[in-house]
Design a protein around this ligand. Structure first.
Ligand code: ATR
Length: 284
């Protein structure tokens, strides 16, 4: 699918800040959505080095860039430079979408929405479910926020650096006084023996599986067909390969990517995101 855009004096600019940003699929699928509605807009990748983030945010105002997505490594650091943030940003501590209203920047986090919207395609009712979350980095915070909001029963959260899970427990006390009962820290070595049987859903939020040489986080062979498995990495990781082999319902990171982007488009334009068009563009 080739998307052509007519550039004129009225063309609006949107984009994504990241470092690196070359791998981003957002320009192709956001452009497809603008094009679907004949909105005169371009969406471009901006490679912003961490030391230039503040200047880049000022440039959003100065150049009247209408909206930006924020990706690694800027999601946390950008918060200090914008005028107002949504409730999600406050709880998650990260911002992936900024809307520019005449020089006033409002930050949103659409990752939690994107993750939950994708997961609900596999399991519409998340309330009361037990979930194993692998990793406790920035991405996991959006996942945990979304799961708590959906009323899950327990979140067993594993991480190499277990202190980060304690920090998440503490931070989410602002969201619910039960954060320490819902989020249970668990070492990777204890997953197979002690929690796998009781969980319904397994979510990988780490970068493990991205590279060939990555060792599995636990024995994936212990996964059974009753588990729903989600990896937020876009490609088919060994975790997803195993889930597929075992007959599990599974999903890679493209669904979360799609739906977080769809929500950003809606925040910017006020129009319903053309999901099928965006999905097609993501798969290009
Ligand atoms: P993101 O914003 O994508 O979540 P991040 O905040 O850097 O990125 O978090 C990366 C996650 O992947 C963390 O949970 C990290 O574990 P640590 O907190 O212990 O560093 C996890 N991770 C990365 N490489 C890993 C590896 N080789 N083994 C286990 N966990 C790993």
């Amino acid at each position: 699918m080739k998307i052509t855009v007519d550039i004129s004096g009225e063309t609006q600019v949107y984009g994504i800040f990241g470092y690196p940003v070359k791998h981003s699929k957002s320009p192709q699928f956001q452009t497809s959505a603008f094009s679907y509605y004949n909105i005169p807009a371009v969406y471009v990748p901006f490679e912003v080095k961490p030391e230039n983030l503040k200047t880049a945010v000022e440039a959003v105002k100065a150049l009247n860039i209408k909206g930006i997505n924020i990706t690694v490594p800027h999601k946390e650091y950008i918060i200090q430079y914008i005028n107002e943030v949504s409730e999600e940003v406050l709880y998650i501590g990260a911002c992936n979408t900024v809307k520019n209203i005449d020089g006033y920047l409002i930050g949103y986090n659409t990752d939690a929405y994107g993750f939950i919207k994708g997961l609900k395609e596999l399991e519409p009712n998340l309330a009361g479910k037990n979930v194993l979350v692998l990793g406790a980095g920035g991405a996991s915070r959006a996942v945990v926020y979304g799961l708590i909001k959906e009323g899950v029963n327990k979140i067993y959260q594993a991480n190499r650096t277990i202190e980060k899970v304690f920090k998440i427990q503490k931070d989410f006390l602002k969201l619910t006084k039960f954060a320490e009962e819902i989020i249970i820290p668990i070492p990777y070595e204890k997953i197979e023996c002690c929690v796998l049987d009781s969980v319904d859903i397994i979510v990988n939020t780490t970068s493990v599986g991205l590279r060939e040489e990555d060792k599995p986080l636990f024995n994936y062979e212990a996964i059974s067909s009753k588990h729903i498995v989600v990896d937020i990495i876009y490609k088919r990781t060994p975790l997803i390969e195993t889930a597929n082999k075992k007959g599990c319902k599974w999903q890679d990171g493209l669904s979360m990517l799609l739906y977080q982007g769809a929500k950003a488009f809606e925040i910017w334009t006020g129009k319903n995101a053309p999901i099928e068009v965006m999905k097609k563009a993501i798969l290009l």
